[in-house]
Every structure is written in C-alpha cells, then in structure tokens.
Design a protein around this ligand. Structure first.
Ligand SMILES: [Zn+2]
Length: 140
C-alpha cells in the first residue's frame, strides 16, 4: 500500500491509500478519486513524498540482553519471598533437605545451594526441590 497526501481544487488536503502509484494514476485519471470534504474529483498529489504504509508493529522488536523486565521482576519477587520465608542453609541444602525428608529435622522451608548432581540425587530420592534462577538483587 502507498499513502498519498492529496489536494482537491478547493485546497482540501486528505490522505488517499492506493495499492501502488499506478493505481493512483489510474483512479485519478478516471475521476474516481474524490475529495473527502467536498467530493471534488480534481485531485492532485500534495507536494509530499509518498510514504509506504507499513504497519508500525511490523518493525523488528527492540532486543534487550538478558531477561525481559517482567521475568526479572518475577524472579526478584520470588527471591524476596524465599528469603523472607525460608531458612538459608547454604551448601548444606542437600543434607538439610534429606534430613527433613527422613524426619530427622523439622520440616521447614529452606533454600541454599546445591550442585546439579545433588539436586538430581534429591529428586531421585523423591525429595521435592525447586530450582530457581537466582537473580542478582537490584540495588535500585
Ligand atoms: Zn475538496
């Protein structure tokens, strides 16, 4: 599609959409392009460069490195919730999780670090662990 700014003999300016430049020429010559205000078919292209009618949202999305802001916020909220509600057990995480699972320690929410191997072993033992991507705390 192509958009022309058009002007009738009375000076009304309006936009006309055409499939292409040739379509405008054909329709204007046949008197089929009429002023949107007064119906005049003496139409001329206003002195303005035609612009291609391209949908704005067809432009490539702006790419940002890292997580989309909503996801980063979600993870930050999750981190805050975990930190406020759970005990930090650091690298003892796997041991603590196991002790709770086998009734050797009181069940509570804990968080800490575990290697992929440790996490896999816990899961194999039927111990529920959740892995969450730990986002750096925003200092803003
Ligand atoms: Zn007019």
């Amino acid at each position: 599609m192509i958009v022309y700014e058009l002007k009738c003999s009375s000076g009304h300016v309006f936009e006309g959409w055409f499939r292409d430049a040739a379509a405008f020429d054909r329709q204007a010559a046949a008197g089929k392009v009429a002023c949107a205000v007064c119906g005049d078919s003496q139409i001329a292209k206003a002195p303005m460069a035609p612009r291609l009618a391209k949908r704005r949202d067809a432009a490539p999305a702006e790419t940002k490195p890292g997580l989309p802001p909503e996801a980063a916020k979600l993870l930050a909220d999750l981190r805050e919730k975990v930190e406020s509600e759970c005990d930090y057990v650091g690298e003892r995480f796997a041991d603590e999780a196991r002790r709770m699972h086998y009734g050797e320690a009181e069940k509570r929410g804990i968080y800490g670090e575990a290697s992929d191997q440790q996490a896999k072993e816990l899961v194999d033992e039927g111990i529920e662990v959740k892995k969450i991507p730990w986002v750096p705390r925003g200092d803003a």
